[in-house]
Ligand binder design. Structure first.
Ligand SMILES: Nc1ncnc2c1ncn2[C@@H]1O[C@H](COP(=O)(O)OP(=O)(O)OP(=O)(O)O)[C@@H](O)[C@H]1O
Ligand SMILES: [Mg+2]
Length: 387
């Protein structure tokens, strides 16, 4: 365990210029002999320093460009792909699933990085042409929300540049399961190899936001038909919290879809975490201390839901150092002074909660009726609401 009063023992490093290297970091024999940190395989700070030097050698150093390299509690969007690391193996796996199948379910615990993985990982890779021709496919992302059929209609309308699909899907969805797929085919026009990729993020909303069972069934029928109709060109990607997997069992066609391509994402491994923490900092031209990385990985204890805490603490550290010194260096001592991953979020929550109106506070209380489904929410989700 590092003594909080120690100066970092390993020298920090600076990124090189104009990054364009992507992919996994790997280091050779220098870092063999992993050690256990808590219940996970981790690295010593010397080993992390070797990994950082390796990362550093893959692109050219540049001066700090002013950007915050971390997202805090926010999802990584496609435009953040340049700073999205640590999920390379999973992205490759998902791309090959999309090659073979017209549906993929990405599940995982709350906050494990599902939405970011699909947005900044898979969809970004597909748009870059990860599959032959996929750079010319059509893409859309939606959340079910309270009006999933209307949302589906709006998505197709924007792809087809016409309001007709929305009107017709709304009017016919309850009795015609083919209407969505047919409009998708119209939006795709000619080109047998072309595909329409629809990402339904936070799919669990189908079970938490829709009170009308007929509407839920109609929405599910539109999706299952589009994903299974013979020679169809619609690919549907789902992200859903693992605790809602059993809800799918009530709907046989949806359940069959889930069984076709089911991926549960877990905690990032230490090498992936080193990448997720160090790469973004180095890419924007910041110094980062290997001891800091070891400390954070240690504090995360291998838990898949600790990713938001990690992000939040890193952004908190960046913001405070940026304010102080303009060109921040991310080092362990400053981080420890701010209290580590749990304290950072606690401070933020207390601050945000004190700014909330009485109504807002009662909405967040787990006992309120409106919050029935939110009792499963982790502390991080509450923070997402407070912001
Ligand atoms: N590869 C990554 N590297 C670093 N941070 C990440 C990574 N992926 C996700 N995160 C961070 O983890 C947190 C959760 O990400 P995200 O919202 O994508 O997860 P989720 O599983 O979709 O969450 P939810 O269960 O709320 O839908 C965010 O703070 C995000 O910035
Ligand atoms: Mg999500």
């Amino acid at each position: 365990m590092t003594d909080p009063t120690d100066e970092p023992k390993t020298p920090s490093v600076i990124a090189d210029h104009n990054s364009n290297a992507v992919g996994n970091i790997s280091a050779g024999g220098d870092i063999s002999g992993n050690i256990h940190i808590g219940n996970v395989m981790g690295y010593t700070s010397e080993q992390v320093a070797v990994l950082i030097t390796h990362i550093q050698s893959t692109f050219q150093a540049k001066p700090f460009d002013g950007r915050c390299p971390y997202k805090g509690l926010d999802v990584f969007e496609e435009e953040d792909a340049e700073l999205f690391f640590g999920r390379e193996k999973l992205v490759d796996d998902l791309v090959s699933r999309v090659k073979d199948s017209r549906t993929v379910f990405v599940t995982g615990p709350s906050g494990s990085g599902k939405s970011s993985l699909v947005r900044a990982g898979l969809i970004y890779a597909l748009k870059q042409g990860a599959i032959k021709g996929s750079d010319r496919w059509l893409y859309a992302t939606m959340k079910p929300g309270r009006d999933p059929i209307g949302e589906l209609g709006r998505v197709v309308s924007s792809l087809a540049s016409s309001t007709n699909p929305e009107d017709e899907i709304r009017a016919k969805a309850m009795g015609d399961a083919t209407i969505f797929a047919r409009w998708c085919e119209i939006a795709l026009k000619e080109g047998r190899d072309k595909r329409l990729v629809l990402f339904i993020d936070q799919f669990e909303e189908v079970f938490t936001q829709i009170s009308n069972e007929e509407e839920r069934v109609a929405f599910l029928n539109l999706l299952t038909h589009a994903a299974t109709v013979e020679n169809g060109r619609v690919i549907i990607l789902f992200s859903m919290r693992s605790d809602f997997v059993s809800n799918c069992a009530t709907y046989p066609q949806l359940n069959a879809l889930l069984n076709m391509q089911f991926v549960q994402i877990g905690a990032m491994q230490p090498d992936e975490l080193v990448s997720a923490i160090a790469q973004p900092a180095l890419r924007v031209g910041l110094r980062i201390d290997p001891d800091l990385i070891v400390q954070i990985i240690n504090e995360m204890k291998g838990e898949p839901g600790a990713l938001p805490l990690m992000q939040f603490a890193l952004k908190d550290l960046f913001d405070s150092q940026h304010e102080k010194s303009g060109v921040p260096a991310l080092i362990l001592n400053d981080y420890l002074q701010r209290g580590g991953i749990h304290k950072a979020l606690e401070r933020h929550a207390d601050d945000s909660f004190s700014k909330l109106s009485i109504k807002g506070r009662s909405w967040l209380a787990p006992s309120s009726a409106a919050n029935r489904d939110r009792t499963r929410h982790t502390r991080y989700e509450t923070h997402r609401h407070v912001r």
